[in-house]
Design a protein around this ligand. Structure first.
Ligand SMILES: NC(=O)c1ccc[n+]([C@@H]2O[C@H](COP(=O)([O-])OP(=O)(O)OC[C@H]3O[C@@H](n4cnc5c(N)ncnc54)[C@H](OP(=O)(O)O)[C@@H]3O)[C@@H](O)[C@H]2O)c1
Length: 167
């Protein structure tokens, strides 16, 4: 069973701040849509609330929450990462894709087999309420750059997609 974490971060591992995700990078958005299509997804309740309306037929969101008696409109609520992995596995899935946010990436990182990280080549000044991707130990991960995108008319910042697999 694969647990893949997919995220876009800046050079300080910033994921978002009071503005939400502080960049617009169409190629990264397209990559995110493509990779997550028709998959079971693990996400936190905060990210779920932000993404209402985004989910497509074929997505199965498993929403991590400690709330009793709350159920998402789409998908299922879970109370732990191992519960989400077990549910996906019992349904015959071979991969669960964790799409954040910061708290859920931190809870899922110990179980992750792959990190798909878009590294934005900038240090964004946070405008309050910064949310970070958790620290990982480089020595435990084999890091391959899949592609690189220079800044251009559509992308104010350059960035690169890294696929990291656990050694
Ligand atoms: N740049 C990126 O790639 C990226 C990706 C995704 C999200 N984001 C950004 O990240 C931000 C949200 O991140 P966040 O850290 O604030 O929130 P989050 O991780 O999306 O959700 C936090 C909520 O998840 C539940 N939760 C988290 N850990 C749990 C655990 N171990 N057990 C049970 N429930 C748990 C709790 O819900 P309850 O309160 O219901 O208990 C908690 O309030 C947003 O701004 C979003 O835009 C960025």
């Amino acid at each position: 069973m694969l647990l893949t974490l997919i995220a876009a971060i800046d050079e300080n591992r910033l994921l978002a701040d009071a503005r939400g995700i502080p960049w617009k990078l169409p190629r990264d958005t397209a990559h995110f849509r493509e990779y997550t299509a028709d998959k079971w997804l693990l996400l936190g309740r905060t990210t779920y609330e932000e993404m209402r309306g985004w989910f497509r037929t074929g997505h199965m969101p498993l929403v991590l929450s400690s709330r009793c008696g709350w159920d998402p409109e789409i998908g299922r609520v879970v109370s732990s990462v191992p519960q989400a992995i077990a549910m996906a596995e019992a349904a015959g899935q071979t991969e669960l894709v964790c799409i954040g946010g910061g708290q859920v990436f931190a809870a899922a990182l110990p179980y992750a087999t792959k990190l798909l990280i878009t590294r934005v080549h900038a240090r964004i000044e946070s405008q309050g309420r910064p949310v970070y991707f958790p620290h990982w130990d480089d020595s435990q991960w084999e890091d391959v750059i899949i592609w690189q995108q220079p800044a251009d008319a559509e992308h104010a910042l350059s960035f690169a997609l890294h696929a990291m697999t656990r050694r």
